[in-house]
Design a binder for this molecule. Structure first.
Ligand SMILES: [Ca+2]
Ligand SMILES: [Ca+2]
Length: 471
């Protein structure tokens, strides 16, 4: 599939020159381009990285294409990540976590999410990006049992790397209402779709014909479609939607409150309102403001590929994928402006033109009222952040309250913990180069899992359980 993704880029043939505009970044370009063969679904660095690594985007893209045909490189070229910073808080994080292969006999392709079901713990659902959902056995991690329970490849557009079936969430009251919400991209016209589905009478399979479209968002480009669905402790549906795509947010959607692109939205799916198949909660921050969409909960986001609520505190954690240099973790709050495209991480962002003759809209670095991330890392340490979950299980007490997140390209897993009003310094908990971590998942008992695109002798994708060694 990676090869198809590379071919999808309609760029000039190989042969262009390469320049390196990153100060002190000599020798780093090749590695970054090598990672174009390992592109994330989250918008980390295909177009964006190529753009930032050359003064003229066209000059680098050919090399990216060339590299798509090369063998997979070994990760690591001597430029090791920064050493982990010792946590100074009273509650130390575990020294490390490990990933144990789960359901090794289940064949899954491009798994983008592992989802638990509120009314049952003996089954979990794996989303495959092309438009399929299959089960794994929640009570036996060695089981080979897997059922295909939904196929919507007929309506899912997964032609490019960041498109496809992207997220699912059962309604918290699923046992009563039989509702599940699914987010995917479609084409003609290119758009993102949030839909409600139901299961059959036995609650074993999803019914493709039960689809009710809740919301459609026009998508100008193939990339940066977000997105994740999370029900809050308030029963509302939160959905992250990317900035639409290309690079630099060329239409300035992130800061535009008239657009749902580049946002986290919050809607009430328990009813409809006129032409809307949902209701806008009256306590949303921009309700009643002229020129603003009432659905918006937070804005200034580039591409929140994964987000989740801490079930104990109600905090909403998000991994926002960066463009040129910084990957970030945000705590999403009501009405918050997370800076894109004026800021990238906690730094000014000055976009270059994506297209000839296009004006650069951003003034760069305007920080008034913009919320910095609670954690960030630069592109020496990774290229595309995969947001995870706060661990609230009982099996590994040392992990309690730790938010885990990963870098898709480097396979590094970090942990941070919110302590009062502050967040601890990130600690590297694991390094699993080549694992291509696409998502974390959480089961009903709080166990955390990882989905990855790693291709090995056991199959084209892999599922893992996060464990603390020696526990
Ligand atoms: Ca898009
Ligand atoms: Ca930001």
């Amino acid at each position: 599939m990676e090869g198809v993704l590379c071919m999808e880029a309609a760029y000039p043939p190989p042969g262009g020159g390469v320049q390196n505009p990153i100060p002190g970044g000599g020798g780093r370009i090749v590695r970054q381009l090598e990672f174009t063969t390992r592109r994330s679904v989250a918008g980390g660095y295909r177009v964006s990285m190529n753009l930032h690594t050359a003064r003229s985007s066209v000059r680098l893209l050919p090399l990216a294409l060339l590299l798509c045909s090369l063998p997979q490189p070994a990760i690591g070229d001597g430029t090791d990540p920064e050493p982990p910073v010792e946590s100074t808080t009273a509650r130390a994080l575990p020294a490390s976590v490990a990933l144990e292969r789960a359901w090794p006999k289940v064949v899954t392709r491009r798994p983008v999410q592992l989802v638990s079901r509120p009314d049952r713990s003996d089954v979990l659902y794996v989303l495959e990006q092309f438009g399929r959902i299959r089960t794994v056995d929640g009570s036996d991690l060695a089981s080979s049992e897997s059922e295909l329970v939904l196929e919507i490849t007929d309506r899912v557009n997964a032609r490019s790397n960041e498109e496809g079936l992207l997220a699912m969430s059962f309604h918290p009251d699923f046992e009563r209402n039989n509702e599940v919400y699914i987010y995917y991209t479609a084409i003609r016209p290119r758009r993102a779709v949030l839909s409600r589905f139901s299961m059959d009478e036995a609650r074993e399979r999803f019914l493709p014909e039960s689809e009710q479209v809740i919301l459609e968002v026009p998508e100008p480009y193939w990339n940066h479609n977000g997105g994740d669905i999370a029900f809050g402790p308030d029963g509302m549906l939160y959905l992250s939607i990317g900035d639409g795509g290309a690079a630099n947010d060329p239409h300035d959607y992130g800061q535009n409150l008239e657009s749902l692109l580049g946002k986290v939205i919050r809607i009430d799916v328990s009813g409809s309102d006129g032409e809307l198949a949902y209701r806008i909660p009256p306590d949303n921050p921009f309700v009643g403001r002229e020129g603003a969409r009432g659905e918006i909960w937070a804005y200034g986001l580039r591409n929140v590929w994964r987000m989740s609520f801490d079930p104990d505190t109600g905090d909403l954690w998000a991994g926002d994928v960066g463009q040129n240099k910084w990957e970030e973790i945000d705590l999403i709050v009501k009405g918050g402006n997370y800076g894109w495209n004026r800021r990238e991480g906690s730094h000014p962002f000055r976009p270059r033109r994506l297209f000839r003759n296009q004006p650069v809209e951003s003034d760069g670095g305007d920080v008034e009222g913009m919320i910095d991330p609670v954690a960030e890392y630069d592109h020496r340490q990774g290229l595309s952040v995969t947001g995870g979950f706060v661990y609230r299980g009982t099996e590994f007490p040392a992990l309690d309250g730790v938010y885990l997140y990963a870098d898709y390209a480097f396979g590094t897993i970090w942990g941070i913990r919110k302590e009062g009003d502050s967040v601890t310094e990130p600690v590297v908990l694991a390094k699993k180069p080549g694992s291509l971590i696409s998502s974390f998942g959480r089961s009903n008992d709080g166990s955390l899992f990882v989905t990855s695109f790693e291709r090995d002798e056991q199959g084209p994708g892999a599922l893992w359980k996060v464990v603390v060694p020696g526990s």
